[in-house]
Ligand binder design. Structure first.
Ligand SMILES: [Zn+2]
Length: 251
């Protein structure tokens, strides 16, 4: 609804590690004449780095996707149990069950849910403080995440009939990785993103062209972010959309 009001005509839904919202979004989009692109944002690892990979135009009901979601949900629960155990060792009264209850049954369990609980219980002053002192990388309650490698994630997207694109490389300082993407089985790069600076968009555009990749883009709209501009304030220019659709047809 919000996307429609903002005059968006094509919207990709790319929730973190799940396609669970696609069916509902499709239903909401249909009467509005809004095209809904089924997608996902996968957590991946490449060497020592953690990167996000977008999967677009994929078949959400594909059995490989279901298998992935089940594995990932179990991995998230294992990680959350580890985080809670580490916090308990620090003397905090926080249990896995509490985090699960506070986040709701349908939620994709993640660190922000514990961070909120740490703030609510007075163990941290803010979200930022919770990550800084306890939950962030290298901090006492940090537990490594089990994720697919970038190559495995690209294969998953391809198996499900979709197009993969490295998400927000300008934010993750991963622009220098772009020339290797095709060899890893990745189709493209998210060039247009709210946090990409104009010089990064120019550089990424050039790299996409030089390496025969496709470009994607969007507003990375999260309802929870305070600076919630409407979806569509950053979008994919039509000429790039056309190239993306051609790539989808070849799949
Ligand atoms: Zn991301």
């Amino acid at each position: 609804m919000r996307a429609h009001r903002a005059q968006v005509d094509c919207l990709a839904l790319t929730d973190h590690d799940t396609v669970a919202g696609v069916a509902e979004a499709r239903q909401a989009a249909r009467p509005l004449g809004l095209e809904l692109v089924p997608g996902i944002e996968l957590s991946t690892r490449h060497g020592e780095r953690y990167l996000h990979l977008l999967g677009l135009f994929l078949q959400p009901e594909h059995p490989r996707m279901e298998e992935y979601e089940n594995w990932r949900a179990a991995a998230r629960r294992r990680r959350m149990r580890g985080i809670c155990a580490a916090l308990q060792r620090q003397g905090f009264a926080i249990s896995f069950e509490e985090v699960q209850e506070a986040s709701g049954p349908a939620a994709v369990l993640a660190r922000p849910h514990v961070a909120r609980l740490l703030v609510d219980k007075g163990y941290a002053r803010s979200f930022h403080d919770a990550f800084n002192r306890w939950l962030g990388s290298g901090r006492p309650a940090y537990v490594q995440d089990e994720v697919l490698t970038l190559r495995e994630a690209a294969t998953l997207v391809r198996d499900c009939g979709g197009i993969s694109a490295l998400a927000h490389p300008g934010v993750d300082k991963a622009i220098e990785l772009v020339p290797q993407l095709a060899d890893l089985g990745v189709d493209g790069v998210e060039v247009f993103h709210p946090d990409h600076k104009p010089h990064q968009v120019r550089r990424l555009t050039k790299l996409v062209q030089d390496n025969k990749l496709v470009a994607t883009g969007g507003s990375d709209f999260h309802l929870s972010t305070p600076k919630a501009e409407d979806p569509g304030w950053v979008c994919l220019p039509p000429e790039w959309m056309l190239l993306l659709r051609m790539r989808v047809q070849q799949r």
